[in-house]
Design a protein around this ligand. Structure first.
Ligand code: HEM
Length: 456
């Protein structure tokens, strides 16, 4: 990627070709048929194309690994990477809105609890919570896997962030977060997050009004917890909120209350919705394809009965199943977009300031020259070769790469190993499952319904 001088950029601006469907049709496609829309656009225009939507700057969709590498490894001064689209969900002070140095500093502060030894301390918690949730399943009675997984992942992230997940405030927070997130649990209900003119507060019973009121209640609970912690500091606590409260910037200033609140919200949201959808997909594929289940069960049978978490984390086939799950239908179709700040050249195109670049995780993962038979679920591909971070990017990349990727993978493996070693499950219905929109992420349609047929 080259930065262009003012003279070079004059009259040379060029954008890749792309679909020209009318604005209204595009909205419908993006809400209900986004994967099909992207597949068709790539088929016609190739690995780099431009999406033009009324009221938005042109967006260049990238699924060529070389282009993605150039964007992920470019000098940070070339792009604006803060994203405003999640503001209604996460608030205006979330790290997701930050850019440049302030963003780097905030990441450094939030990173340690999600890596290495600290993360391993969550192992027992993840397995215990999984067993508690499994105990609510009734033999022979269908249940929604995604909802059960969401209960597990929400409780895990609440515990990691606050150090506890019990008590009246947490029960309220857990319930409110669940029902708030369910307010966009279908493609249709997601539309008000994506279409600005639907964002009208017409009272507590209107979708947007209800959404805003629930968000205010959640914010109030978070603020109450922050204030309580600030007035009763406890230096022995190691949870993420305690670390955030004691952190100081270079001028010795603590994080402001709004920053603490919005980052808590970011971690709670990003840290459980995504993993729950990925787990629901994994259960679907494992039970949809008997040969996958058989291979996985023989690998799990090599574990000692106490299910040692570090042994689970190292199982090669389980790792391949999780990787393939995140490849075939990634939970996030795109990594956060990057907005060009000064004229530059990318893959022979001269891009103007304001152009948006969107590395497309879904299309990169569907590239048949990297992944032969891309629509087939084949964990073996991850045993046969290694993919570069620009070919396989379920957690995005560059300076905004997912903060919780290690926790998410660890959690997926522990939950799968715990459930599959303790219970026999079957899919409750044979209908094909599609990847559908749930707010800004993508999830299996109907959440995958399964039945427990016995214990192991
Ligand atoms: C399977 C589960 C998950 C998937 C597929 C996923 C995916 C992603 C993706 C694609 C991004 C955008 C990266 C980019 O733009 O390059 C992201 C960002 C982020 N994720 Fe995750 N994520 C998952 C789980 C988690 C968990 C468990 C946490 C818990 C802390 C988390 C926290 C975050 C945060 C804070 C960001 C924003 C990073 C930044 O702006 O610097 N995610 N995630």
């Amino acid at each position: 990627m080259t930065r262009l001088t003012e003279n070079q950029s004059k009259n040379t601006t060029s954008l890749p070709d792309g679909p020209q469907s009318p604005g209204f049709l595009q909205i419908i496609q993006k809400i209900f048929y986004y994967l099909e829309y992207l597949d068709a656009a790539r088929e016609r225009y190739g690995d780099i194309f431009t999406m033009r939507s009324p009221g938005f700057p042109p967006t260049v969709i990238l699924s060529d690994p070389q282009a993605i590498q150039e964007v992920f490894t470019a000098d940070l001064s070339l792009f604006d990477t803060g994203t405003k689209i999640l503001q209604p969900l996460l608030g205006e002070y979330s790290l997701i809105q930050l850019d440049g140095l302030p963003h780097q500093r905030r990441r450094k502060l939030l990173m340690p609890p999600f890596h290495g030894e600290r993360m391993r301390t969550y192992a027992e918690l993840i397995c215990d919570i999984t067993e508690q949730v499994m105990s609510q399943w009734t033999l022979g009675k269908p249940f929604c896997v995604r909802s059960s997984m969401q209960e597990i992942t929400l409780r895990v992230i609440l515990r990691a962030v606050f150090g506890i997940d019990q008590g009246e405030r947490f029960e309220q927070l857990r319930q409110l977060l669940g029902s708030w997130l369910d307010s966009f649990n279908s493609p249709l209900r997601s539309s008000f997050l994506l279409v600005k003119f639907l964002q009208k507060d017409l009272g507590a019973w209107s979708p947007w009004g209800r959404f805003l009121r629930q968000k205010q209640q959640i914010d109030a609970l978070l603020i109450a917890e922050i204030r309580e912690r600030q007035t009763q500091p406890n230096s022995s606590r190691e949870d993420i909120l305690s670390l955030m409260i004691s952190a100081r910037d270079e001028e010795g200033q603590p994080m402001a209350e709004e920053e603490l609140r919005d980052d808590l919200m970011t971690l709670l949201f990003a840290g459980h919705e995504t993993t729950a959808s990925a787990l629901a997909w994994a259960f679907y594929w494992i039970h949809h394809l008997p040969e996958v289940r058989e291979k996985l069960m023989s690998e799990l049978d090599t574990l000692s009965p106490d299910l040692d978490p570090s042994a689970i984390a190292k199982l090669p086939y389980l790792n391949a199943v999780c990787s393939e799950t995140l490849r075939i239908y990634p939970v996030a179709l795109f990594s956060f977009s990057r907005t060009v700040k000064s004229p530059l050249e990318l893959m022979g195109y001269q891009l103007e300031p304001g152009t948006v670049l969107a590395p497309c995780i879904y299309l990169t993962h569907q590239n048949a020259s990297i992944y032969p038979e891309p629509k087939r679920f084949k964990p073996e591909r991850f045993l046969e070769r290694q993919f570069s971070p620009y070919e396989y990017l379920p957690f995005g990349g560059g300076n905004r790469r997912c903060l919780g990727s290690a926790l998410a993978l660890f959690e997926m493996k522990l939950v799968l190993a715990t459930v599959l070693s303790r219970a026999n499950l079957v899919l409750a219905d044979k209908r094909p499952v599609r990847s559908v929109r749930r707010g800004f992420t993508f999830t299996p349609s109907d959440g995958v319904r399964m039945v427990m047929t016995g214990s192991r």
